[in-house]
Design a binder for this molecule. Structure first.
Ligand code: CP
Ligand code: NVA
Length: 302
């Protein structure tokens, strides 16, 4: 079997996505120890809480040894080329995982590595988060086929990966973003072609959440965009997820946030910490979906 990478959700088929979600709800020990005797390189150019912690535990549950390394130590293309890092680490590890500023870096790692490469967040995608997002929504709501999912806020890495996975599972995702911060028409067309679901832009948050079974948001200022923070706070005025906005969603709707969350900015504390919030469940599911993804890449199937 040739090695598989996971740089974005589109690296797996709809059937493979289903397999990974099924593996995620199995007892950890039933997946065996596919990383037995192997390392897992976990390289972080940006801070992390959930991703680092859940990946270290997932690797250990699969019998492997996680090696956490800060980006400052590796210094891609400064201390040595990305390709030299990939070829060297592939001799120690069963999998190379990286959180990077530029998506091209994980693409170059994957091209040079003989072992699977996993994107733990880039400027364009956060596919590990999307796996936990759909796992959580399925636990809460059941099948997502035909369901309406709302995204209120920035069309960022998390929003893009969530759109990909939602359309693949037959859901209808609606994005409400300020002008200049939403998906392009080409991006919506690309998303819509990924599966039986649909992806659309709407002008107002109210139009996105109406009838939705899940309302998602994320920070308005992603890591690496700190210099834009003041302009973004101004541009996103009116796009906070409030209790009033949630009252227009389906009565069973859940609130979802990948975290870290900024209360009083993209979400009110009453929503983030209220009964509709599924954010902590999402965070916990990062462990289960990551373990499933790593097992899948190491060849574990049903
Ligand atoms: N959601 C997420 O990726 O969290 P961390 O940045 O804390 O890893
Ligand atoms: N969009 C955020 C997600 C953090 C987990 C960022 O890239 O900083």
């Amino acid at each position: 079997m040739s090695k598989r990478d996971f740089l974005s959700i589109t690296d797996i088929s709809i059937g493979e996505l289903r397999t990974i979600l099924d593996l995620a709800v199995r007892p950890p020990s039933s997946l065996g120890r596919p990383l037995d005797g192997l390392g897992a390189a976990l390289i972080f150019e940006k801070p992390s809480n959930r991703t680092r912690q859940s990946m270290e535990i997932a690797v250990t549950q699969l019998g492997g040894h996680p090696v956490y390394t800060r980006g400052e130590e590796i210094q891609f293309d400064v201390r040595e080329p990305v390709e030299d890092v990939a070829r060297t680490l592939a001799g120690y590890h069963g999998v190379i995982c990286a959180r990077v500023f530029r998506h091209a870096v994980v693409e170059r790692l994957a091209a040079a590595s003989s072992v699977p490469v996993v994107n733990m967040l880039s400027d364009t995608s956060h596919p590990m988060q999307a796996l936990a997002d759909v796992l959580t929504m399925e636990q809460v709501h059941g099948s997502l086929a035909g369901a309406v999912i709302a995204w209120v806020g920035d069309f960022n890495n998390v929003a893009r990966s969530l759109g990909e996975v939602s359309v693949m599972l037959g859901a209808h995702i609606r994005y409400a973003s300020p002008a200049g911060y939403g998906p392009s028409d080409a991006e919506l067309a690309r998303l819509g072609a990924l599966g039986p679901g649909t992806a659309a832009s709407v002008s107002a948050p109210l139009d996105a959440v109406s009838g939705a079974i899940a309302v998602h948001t994320d920070t308005w200022t992603s890591m690496g965009q700190e210099s834009e923070k003041a302009a973004r706070l101004e541009a996103f005025r009116g796009y906070s997820v409030t209790s009033d906005l949630m009252s227009h969603a389906d009565p069973s709707a859940g609130f979802y946030h990948c975290m870290p969350a900024y209360r009083g900015v993209e979400v009110d504390a009453a929503v983030m910490d209220g009964p509709m919030s599924r954010a902590i469940q999402q965070g916990h599911n990062r462990l289960h979906s990551s373990r499933a993804l790593l097992a899948f890449l190491m060849g574990v199937r049903a």
